[in-house]
Design a protein around this ligand. Structure first.
Ligand SMILES: [Zn+2]
Length: 393
């Protein structure tokens, strides 16, 4: 394989740090039943044989719908079964399978892991990728990067790609049928978009994921994302409980998938995703909590570290209403577990975008942010209860 793609080596002009870059998927298609139109899309884009990456379960559900639609449009389909982990051995196995079948486009269908793996597989095959998320739980579908894990599921790094997916197709009927906890996790992940992009916009030394300054557009996408979540989040959760698509659900799916995806990549990351990475070093957290739940905890801690307790409280009260964890106890941890807390702090500080914060970050500040956010979360739980948190688990 050639040298890994490094976006900063192309986009960032280090002699002139004012360069600003924004990237995005070519097409974003969202609505009830849109999966049925994937056949005409693939056919009109001129593809002849589409690889279909999905889990064994996926091949009996959404991937089966996609396969029928593709074949009805006169395009051949080549299914391959995803083993469950976005790891290098799994990626190589699927590449070998699909290379033999000579596909000219790949559809990655499923949750965060097949989406991440699908981008890597398409890159190695030299074909474009179409992402079909079946959950609105994370910010992965729209970006030009993938997270790679070991075979045991520990985060091992990231790969960057020259292009974003050529299409992201989100069928909201599929999202409405998924468990509520996934949509809620996506809300936690998406909320970070605003607070992290805001830090990057204000700090002239901060850089987005591409190694450049953010555009005004990407920063405003973060703002729109948070406004949408605060306004429609609870109603969207109610729709998923009823298994029904609604206008509120459409808005939240867009926030969780499109706004969150473009927003984190081109608007920039900061503390919230650093704390999330920190939590993944504890196996009991990594196994039992979703990315967006850890990011939500990180949002509160970042805001406390920034000295913005009023905004932290606003976010914390909203998180409690939708059922995100807001204190260490809800993550199965406690402030007295010094070794574990210190491990999270060290994991968080190893996250490069932490340095986008406009002040010197040291272990003490990171720990204080986390513990004071947790105390605030306990106070909110005492006032509001934890009905939503318990209901969706
Ligand atoms: Zn995220």
């Amino acid at each position: 394989m050639s040298a890994p793609f490094q976006p900063a080596s192309i986009y960032a002009n280090h002699a002139d740090p004012s360069v600003r870059v924004m990237i995005a998927p070519t097409k974003y298609i969202q609505g009830p039943g849109v999966l049925n139109s994937v056949g005409s899309l693939v056919q009109q884009l001129g593809f002849r044989k589409a690889g279909l990456l999905a889990s064994r379960r996926g091949h009996t559900a959404e991937a089966a719908t996609a396969k029928a639609a593709i074949e009805a449009a006169g395009v051949a389909a080549a299914p391959t079964v995803f083993g469950g982990e976005s790891s290098l051995p799994e990626i190589e196995a699927r590449v070998a399978d699909l290379r033999e079948q000579q596909v000219d486009v790949l559809l990655a269908i499923g949750g965060g892991k097949p989406v991440d793996a699908g981008k890597c597989i398409a890159e190695r095959l030299g074909v474009p990728v179409i992402i079909v998320p079946t959950l609105a739980s994370n910010d992965a579908p729209c970006s030009a990067l993938s997270v790679i894990y070991t075979e045991d599921g520990v985060m091992a790094g990231a790969e960057f790609f020259p292009t974003n997916p050529i299409a992201v197709i989100v069928d909201t009927e599929v999202i409405a049928r998924a468990p509520e906890r996934y949509l809620v996790a996506g809300i936690g992940d998406a909320m970070a978009t605003y607070y992290e992009a805001k830090v990057c916009a204000k700090n002239a030394d901060a850089r987005n994921v591409l190694g450049t300054r953010p555009t005004l557009t990407a920063t405003m996408i973060g703002q729109l994302c948070a406004d949408t979540l605060y306004e429609h989040g609870e109603a969207a959760c109610a729709s998923v409980r009823d298994g029904k698509v609604s206008e509120a659900l459409e808005h939240i799916v867009e926030a969780n998938t499109l706004l969150s995806g473009i927003g984190f990549e081109s608007g920039g990351l900061a503390g919230a995703h650093g704390y999330a990475q920190g939590y993944t070093v504890l196996p009991e957290v990594e196994e039992n909590y979703l990315h967006g739940e850890m990011v939500g905890m990180g949002v509160l801690a970042q805001l406390m570290m920034e000295g913005n307790p009023d905004e932290a409280r606003r976010a914390g009260e909203f998180f409690a209403r939708v059922g995100l964890p807001i204190h260490l106890g809800q993550m199965g941890l406690s402030a007295s577990q010094t070794e574990k807390i210190d491990a999270v702090v060290q994991g968080a500080m190893s996250f490069t975008p932490f340095s986008n914060l406009p002040f010197e970050v040291d272990a003490d500040k990171v720990k204080q942010g986390m513990l004071s956010a947790s105390e605030m979360g306990e106070a909110i739980t005492a006032e509001q209860g934890e009905e939503a948190f318990l209901r969706i688990r």
